[in-house]
Design a protein around this ligand. Structure first.
Ligand code: PHE
Ligand code: CA
Ligand code: ZN
Ligand code: ZN
Ligand code: ZN
Length: 277
Protein backbone atom coordinates (compact mmCIF):
# COMPACT_ATOMS: atom_id res chain seq x y z
CA UNK A 1 0.00 0.00 0.00
CA UNK A 2 1.17 3.55 -0.58
CA UNK A 3 2.31 5.84 2.20
CA UNK A 4 -0.49 8.41 2.51
CA UNK A 5 0.66 12.02 2.74
CA UNK A 6 -0.27 13.22 6.22
CA UNK A 7 -0.26 16.82 4.98
CA UNK A 8 -3.06 15.99 2.53
CA UNK A 9 -5.20 14.54 5.34
CA UNK A 10 -4.48 17.64 7.42
CA UNK A 11 -5.42 19.90 4.49
CA UNK A 12 -8.80 18.15 4.24
CA UNK A 13 -9.30 18.86 7.94
CA UNK A 14 -8.51 22.50 7.20
CA UNK A 15 -11.33 22.49 4.65
CA UNK A 16 -13.75 20.95 7.18
CA UNK A 17 -12.70 23.59 9.71
CA UNK A 18 -13.42 26.33 7.15
CA UNK A 19 -16.83 24.79 6.48
CA UNK A 20 -17.65 24.89 10.20
CA UNK A 21 -16.35 28.47 10.50
CA UNK A 22 -18.65 29.56 7.68
CA UNK A 23 -21.67 27.81 9.22
CA UNK A 24 -21.89 28.85 12.87
CA UNK A 25 -19.02 26.71 14.11
CA UNK A 26 -20.60 23.30 13.59
CA UNK A 27 -21.03 20.50 11.06
CA UNK A 28 -23.85 18.77 12.94
CA UNK A 29 -26.67 16.75 11.37
CA UNK A 30 -29.39 18.98 9.99
CA UNK A 31 -27.14 22.04 9.56
CA UNK A 32 -25.73 23.74 6.47
CA UNK A 33 -22.28 22.78 7.75
CA UNK A 34 -23.15 19.11 7.43
CA UNK A 35 -24.41 19.43 3.87
CA UNK A 36 -21.33 21.44 2.90
CA UNK A 37 -19.17 18.64 4.36
CA UNK A 38 -21.05 16.12 2.22
CA UNK A 39 -20.54 18.25 -0.90
CA UNK A 40 -16.80 18.55 -0.17
CA UNK A 41 -16.29 14.79 0.21
CA UNK A 42 -18.44 13.90 -2.78
CA UNK A 43 -16.76 16.38 -5.12
CA UNK A 44 -13.28 15.05 -4.37
CA UNK A 45 -14.40 11.45 -4.89
CA UNK A 46 -16.21 12.14 -8.15
CA UNK A 47 -13.22 14.05 -9.52
CA UNK A 48 -11.05 11.00 -8.78
CA UNK A 49 -13.30 8.57 -10.67
CA UNK A 50 -15.51 7.09 -7.95
CA UNK A 51 -19.18 6.44 -8.47
CA UNK A 52 -20.86 8.03 -5.46
CA UNK A 53 -24.38 7.86 -4.09
CA UNK A 54 -26.14 10.07 -1.59
CA UNK A 55 -28.40 8.01 0.64
CA UNK A 56 -31.02 10.15 2.34
CA UNK A 57 -32.79 9.51 5.62
CA UNK A 58 -34.74 11.56 8.13
CA UNK A 59 -33.67 12.05 11.73
CA UNK A 60 -35.02 14.48 14.31
CA UNK A 61 -37.18 16.10 11.65
CA UNK A 62 -34.21 16.94 9.43
CA UNK A 63 -32.86 15.33 6.28
CA UNK A 64 -29.67 13.35 6.72
CA UNK A 65 -27.19 11.99 4.19
CA UNK A 66 -24.77 9.10 3.88
CA UNK A 67 -22.15 9.30 1.12
CA UNK A 68 -21.45 5.87 -0.38
CA UNK A 69 -18.54 5.51 -2.82
CA UNK A 70 -17.87 2.33 -4.78
CA UNK A 71 -14.60 1.65 -6.55
CA UNK A 72 -15.57 -0.08 -9.81
CA UNK A 73 -14.64 -3.75 -10.12
CA UNK A 74 -13.79 -6.62 -7.80
CA UNK A 75 -15.89 -9.51 -6.56
CA UNK A 76 -19.25 -8.10 -5.45
CA UNK A 77 -19.72 -11.11 -3.17
CA UNK A 78 -16.62 -10.07 -1.25
CA UNK A 79 -17.15 -6.43 -0.28
CA UNK A 80 -14.58 -4.69 1.88
CA UNK A 81 -15.98 -1.54 3.47
CA UNK A 82 -14.34 1.36 5.30
CA UNK A 83 -16.50 3.99 6.99
CA UNK A 84 -16.39 7.09 9.15
CA UNK A 85 -19.06 9.44 10.43
CA UNK A 86 -19.00 12.88 8.87
CA UNK A 87 -21.23 14.76 11.34
CA UNK A 88 -20.05 16.71 14.37
CA UNK A 89 -21.94 17.52 17.56
CA UNK A 90 -23.73 20.89 17.75
CA UNK A 91 -21.11 22.24 20.16
CA UNK A 92 -18.20 22.41 17.74
CA UNK A 93 -16.56 21.74 14.37
CA UNK A 94 -15.75 18.08 15.11
CA UNK A 95 -12.26 17.97 13.67
CA UNK A 96 -10.95 15.00 15.63
CA UNK A 97 -14.51 13.62 16.11
CA UNK A 98 -14.79 12.81 13.31
CA UNK A 99 -13.17 14.94 10.64
CA UNK A 100 -10.09 12.79 11.29
CA UNK A 101 -11.69 9.49 10.28
CA UNK A 102 -13.61 11.10 7.42
CA UNK A 103 -10.47 12.72 5.96
CA UNK A 104 -8.36 9.62 6.56
CA UNK A 105 -10.62 7.32 4.55
CA UNK A 106 -11.05 10.04 1.90
CA UNK A 107 -7.30 10.15 1.27
CA UNK A 108 -7.13 6.33 1.22
CA UNK A 109 -9.98 6.27 -1.32
CA UNK A 110 -8.14 8.85 -3.44
CA UNK A 111 -4.99 6.70 -3.22
CA UNK A 112 -6.97 3.70 -4.49
CA UNK A 113 -7.98 5.78 -7.52
CA UNK A 114 -4.46 7.14 -8.05
CA UNK A 115 -3.02 3.61 -8.00
CA UNK A 116 -5.84 2.45 -10.30
CA UNK A 117 -6.11 -0.49 -7.91
CA UNK A 118 -7.58 -3.71 -9.31
CA UNK A 119 -8.62 -5.45 -6.10
CA UNK A 120 -9.89 -9.03 -5.98
CA UNK A 121 -12.65 -7.92 -3.62
CA UNK A 122 -14.98 -4.97 -4.14
CA UNK A 123 -14.11 -1.77 -2.27
CA UNK A 124 -16.72 0.55 -0.80
CA UNK A 125 -16.22 3.65 1.32
CA UNK A 126 -18.94 5.30 3.44
CA UNK A 127 -19.32 8.63 5.23
CA UNK A 128 -22.17 8.39 7.72
CA UNK A 129 -24.71 11.02 8.69
CA UNK A 130 -26.03 11.62 12.19
CA UNK A 131 -23.82 9.22 14.12
CA UNK A 132 -24.05 11.54 17.09
CA UNK A 133 -27.77 10.92 17.71
CA UNK A 134 -27.12 7.17 17.90
CA UNK A 135 -25.63 5.91 14.63
CA UNK A 136 -28.71 6.91 12.66
CA UNK A 137 -27.15 7.00 9.18
CA UNK A 138 -25.23 3.73 9.45
CA UNK A 139 -28.28 1.99 10.96
CA UNK A 140 -30.36 3.23 8.05
CA UNK A 141 -27.76 1.86 5.63
CA UNK A 142 -27.63 -1.66 7.10
CA UNK A 143 -31.43 -1.84 7.30
CA UNK A 144 -31.78 -0.78 3.66
CA UNK A 145 -29.10 -3.26 2.59
CA UNK A 146 -30.95 -6.25 4.01
CA UNK A 147 -29.67 -9.71 4.88
CA UNK A 148 -28.48 -10.55 1.35
CA UNK A 149 -26.46 -7.36 1.05
CA UNK A 150 -25.00 -7.75 4.51
CA UNK A 151 -23.91 -11.32 3.76
CA UNK A 152 -21.70 -9.98 0.96
CA UNK A 153 -19.73 -7.73 3.28
CA UNK A 154 -16.49 -9.51 4.07
CA UNK A 155 -15.48 -6.90 6.63
CA UNK A 156 -16.46 -3.41 7.81
CA UNK A 157 -13.69 -1.13 9.11
CA UNK A 158 -14.65 1.89 11.23
CA UNK A 159 -12.63 5.01 11.93
CA UNK A 160 -13.98 7.40 14.58
CA UNK A 161 -11.32 9.69 16.12
CA UNK A 162 -7.87 8.81 14.75
CA UNK A 163 -5.95 12.04 15.43
CA UNK A 164 -6.45 12.62 19.15
CA UNK A 165 -4.11 15.31 20.55
CA UNK A 166 -2.75 13.08 23.36
CA UNK A 167 -2.95 9.91 21.30
CA UNK A 168 -3.07 6.24 22.00
CA UNK A 169 -3.14 3.46 19.40
CA UNK A 170 -6.19 1.31 20.01
CA UNK A 171 -7.26 -1.50 17.66
CA UNK A 172 -10.82 -2.84 17.66
CA UNK A 173 -10.71 -6.38 19.05
CA UNK A 174 -14.07 -7.52 17.66
CA UNK A 175 -12.71 -9.87 15.01
CA UNK A 176 -9.32 -11.60 15.26
CA UNK A 177 -8.51 -11.57 11.52
CA UNK A 178 -9.27 -7.88 11.04
CA UNK A 179 -7.55 -6.98 14.31
CA UNK A 180 -4.37 -8.79 13.21
CA UNK A 181 -4.11 -6.86 9.94
CA UNK A 182 -3.71 -3.71 12.02
CA UNK A 183 -1.66 -5.07 14.93
CA UNK A 184 0.87 -6.68 12.54
CA UNK A 185 1.32 -3.37 10.74
CA UNK A 186 1.86 -1.40 13.96
CA UNK A 187 4.19 -4.11 15.31
CA UNK A 188 6.33 -3.81 12.17
CA UNK A 189 6.54 -0.05 12.83
CA UNK A 190 7.45 -0.77 16.47
CA UNK A 191 4.39 1.11 17.68
CA UNK A 192 2.61 -0.46 20.66
CA UNK A 193 -1.15 -1.05 20.41
CA UNK A 194 -3.87 -1.90 22.89
CA UNK A 195 -7.28 -3.47 22.30
CA UNK A 196 -10.03 -0.88 21.89
CA UNK A 197 -12.55 -1.20 24.72
CA UNK A 198 -14.00 2.33 25.10
CA UNK A 199 -16.07 2.32 21.95
CA UNK A 200 -17.84 -1.02 21.98
CA UNK A 201 -21.35 -0.34 20.75
CA UNK A 202 -20.65 3.39 20.48
CA UNK A 203 -19.87 4.04 16.84
CA UNK A 204 -20.93 3.05 13.33
CA UNK A 205 -19.45 -0.44 13.45
CA UNK A 206 -22.12 -1.41 15.99
CA UNK A 207 -25.06 -1.67 13.54
CA UNK A 208 -22.90 -3.94 11.34
CA UNK A 209 -21.69 -6.09 14.21
CA UNK A 210 -25.23 -6.41 15.58
CA UNK A 211 -26.24 -7.95 12.23
CA UNK A 212 -23.36 -10.42 12.13
CA UNK A 213 -20.84 -8.54 9.96
CA UNK A 214 -17.16 -8.84 10.94
CA UNK A 215 -15.87 -5.45 12.10
CA UNK A 216 -12.54 -3.81 12.85
CA UNK A 217 -11.10 -0.34 13.21
CA UNK A 218 -8.79 2.13 14.90
CA UNK A 219 -9.21 4.69 17.68
CA UNK A 220 -6.77 7.17 19.21
CA UNK A 221 -8.65 7.76 22.47
CA UNK A 222 -11.26 10.09 23.92
CA UNK A 223 -12.41 10.92 27.40
CA UNK A 224 -10.32 8.42 29.29
CA UNK A 225 -7.07 9.51 30.96
CA UNK A 226 -3.67 8.37 29.68
CA UNK A 227 -1.83 6.31 32.29
CA UNK A 228 1.88 6.56 33.14
CA UNK A 229 2.43 3.25 31.42
CA UNK A 230 0.63 4.44 28.29
CA UNK A 231 2.62 7.69 28.24
CA UNK A 232 5.83 5.64 28.52
CA UNK A 233 4.93 3.61 25.41
CA UNK A 234 3.25 6.32 23.34
CA UNK A 235 4.58 9.64 24.57
CA UNK A 236 2.18 12.45 25.39
CA UNK A 237 0.93 13.42 28.82
CA UNK A 238 -0.02 11.00 31.59
CA UNK A 239 -2.95 12.09 33.74
CA UNK A 240 -4.60 13.94 30.84
CA UNK A 241 -7.44 12.82 28.60
CA UNK A 242 -6.59 11.44 25.17
CA UNK A 243 -8.92 14.14 23.80
CA UNK A 244 -9.82 16.83 26.33
CA UNK A 245 -11.84 18.64 23.62
CA UNK A 246 -14.09 15.65 22.92
CA UNK A 247 -17.56 16.99 21.96
CA UNK A 248 -16.49 20.56 22.77
CA UNK A 249 -16.09 23.78 20.78
CA UNK A 250 -12.30 23.37 21.03
CA UNK A 251 -12.32 20.25 18.80
CA UNK A 252 -10.71 22.38 16.09
CA UNK A 253 -7.81 21.98 13.65
CA UNK A 254 -5.51 22.54 16.66
CA UNK A 255 -6.99 19.48 18.36
CA UNK A 256 -5.02 17.05 16.19
CA UNK A 257 -1.79 15.15 16.66
CA UNK A 258 -0.33 15.18 13.14
CA UNK A 259 1.76 12.07 13.70
CA UNK A 260 -1.17 9.98 14.94
CA UNK A 261 -3.35 11.22 12.06
CA UNK A 262 -0.72 10.26 9.47
CA UNK A 263 0.22 6.94 11.09
CA UNK A 264 -3.39 5.79 11.44
CA UNK A 265 -4.16 6.80 7.85
CA UNK A 266 -1.19 4.78 6.62
CA UNK A 267 -2.51 1.84 8.66
CA UNK A 268 -5.93 2.21 7.00
CA UNK A 269 -4.33 2.14 3.54
CA UNK A 270 -2.45 -1.03 4.41
CA UNK A 271 -5.64 -2.72 5.65
CA UNK A 272 -7.64 -1.68 2.59
CA UNK A 273 -4.95 -2.99 0.25
CA UNK A 274 -4.44 -6.25 2.16
CA UNK A 275 -8.07 -7.11 2.77
CA UNK A 276 -9.17 -6.43 -0.80
CA UNK A 277 -6.24 -8.21 -2.49
N1 PHE B 1 -18.80 7.32 18.82
C1 PHE B 1 -18.28 8.33 19.72
C2 PHE B 1 -18.69 9.69 19.24
O1 PHE B 1 -18.78 9.93 18.05
C3 PHE B 1 -16.81 8.36 19.82
C4 PHE B 1 -16.17 7.10 20.14
C5 PHE B 1 -15.55 6.39 19.14
C6 PHE B 1 -16.16 6.65 21.43
C7 PHE B 1 -14.94 5.23 19.41
C8 PHE B 1 -15.52 5.49 21.71
C9 PHE B 1 -14.89 4.77 20.69
O2 PHE B 1 -18.90 10.54 20.03
CA1 CA C 1 2.08 8.78 5.72
ZN1 ZN D 1 -18.92 12.20 18.90
ZN1 ZN E 1 -17.41 10.04 16.75
ZN1 ZN F 1 -13.78 -4.20 21.88
Amino acid sequence: APDIDGAAVKADLGELQKIADANGGTRAHGTAGYKASVDFIQAKLEAAGFTTKLQEFTSGGAKGYNVIADWPGGDSDKVVMAGAHLDSVDAGPGINDNGSGAAGILEVALAVAKADLKPAGHLRFAWWGDEEAGMVGSSHYVDALGADGLAKIDGYLNFDMIGSPNPGYFVYDDDARLEKVFTDWFAAKKIATEPETEGDGRSDHAPFKDRGVKVGGLYSGGERTKTERQAAQWGGTAGEEFDACYHRSCDTLKNIDDKALDTNTDAIANAVWELSS
